[in-house]
Design a protein around this ligand. Structure first.
Ligand SMILES: Nc1ncnc2c1ncn2[C@@H]1O[C@H](COP(=O)(O)OP(=O)(O)OP(=O)(O)O)[C@@H](O)[C@H]1O
Ligand SMILES: [Mg+2]
Length: 216
């Protein structure tokens, strides 16, 4: 049986996003635990008024992520290779955590985010092609990824000689009240084309800033 209650050293997070802290799963080397950080202010009126927020509270993001993930499984009949596996929930001393597959970089360290990677290497033609291939895969699965940004994509590599793979680690789901992109394909395609353009522009700027910074 797997443990249902796990102790996490509070200061040991490997990475942080705007809302969640990411910890190593102490018993499973290939898994991470994402903990929603406690809110500074109590849930406001909009939480009481909106049914999904009212029902799921701070777990709304987790619920929406799972919904989008399951929709992709149902649509394709396969587990997308560019998304970390979503492995359920576990109790911890820091609150209930989401267990996800850990994506590694070439040295077995946590994979760098695409932002970090582009800042170091610039937006090369190869990287641009890899970003385009990731977005093409997202479109093939018709996944809505409201936060398709470089900080939510990581560069996976099993070892230094292995091929790289970009993986989308966060930002699944449609986060608007009216959920048109899920149902209306032309709307979805137009929207994701804009996301692709913005992502590439952002990476170009990150890469250029890095080049400028490294000039003598
Ligand atoms: N499965 C994973 N494997 C490797 N690294 C990961 C994984 N999931 C998240 N990370 C790293 O941890 C960071 C924070 O995680 P995540 O994006 O899920 O947090 P968040 O608070 O939801 O982010 P946001 O600020 O985008 O809402 C990511 O930017 C990424 O660098
Ligand atoms: Mg994130």
């Amino acid at each position: 049986m797997m443990k249902r209650e796990i102790y996490l050293e509070p200061d040991s997070s490997l990475a942080q996003g705007g809302g969640r802290s990411v910890y190593q799963h102490p018993e499973q080397p290939d898994a991470l635990i994402k903990i929603i950080r406690p809110r500074k202010s109590p849930l406001g009126l909009s939480y009481k008024m909106r049914p999904v927020k009212r029902r799921f509270g701070t777990f709304k993001t987790a619920y929406m992520e799972y919904e989008e993930y399951i929709a992709a499984l149902a649509r394709s009949g396969s587990v997308p290779s560019f998304l970390p596996m979503m492995l359920g929930f576990v109790g911890t001393n820091l609150g209930v955590g989401m267990i996800v597959e850990r994506i590694n970089g070439p040295q077995g360290d946590l994979a760098p985010s695409l932002t970090q990677y582009a800042a170091k290497h610039g937006l090369t033609d190869t990287l641009r092609a890899e970003v385009n291939a990731l977005v093409d895969q997202i479109i093939a699965y018709e996944i809505v990824a409201f936060d398709l940004t470089a900080r939510n994509i990581v560069v996976a590599q099993e070892h230094a000689e292995a091929p790289r793979q970009l993986m989308l680690v966060d930002g699944l789901s449609e986060n608007t009240f009216i959920r048109g992109k899920v149902w209306i394909k032309p709307l979805y395609l137009r929207w994701i084309a804009d996301k692709r353009r913005a992502l590439l522009q952002d990476l170009e700027a990150t890469g250029k800033a890095a080049n400028t910074a490294s000039l003598p």
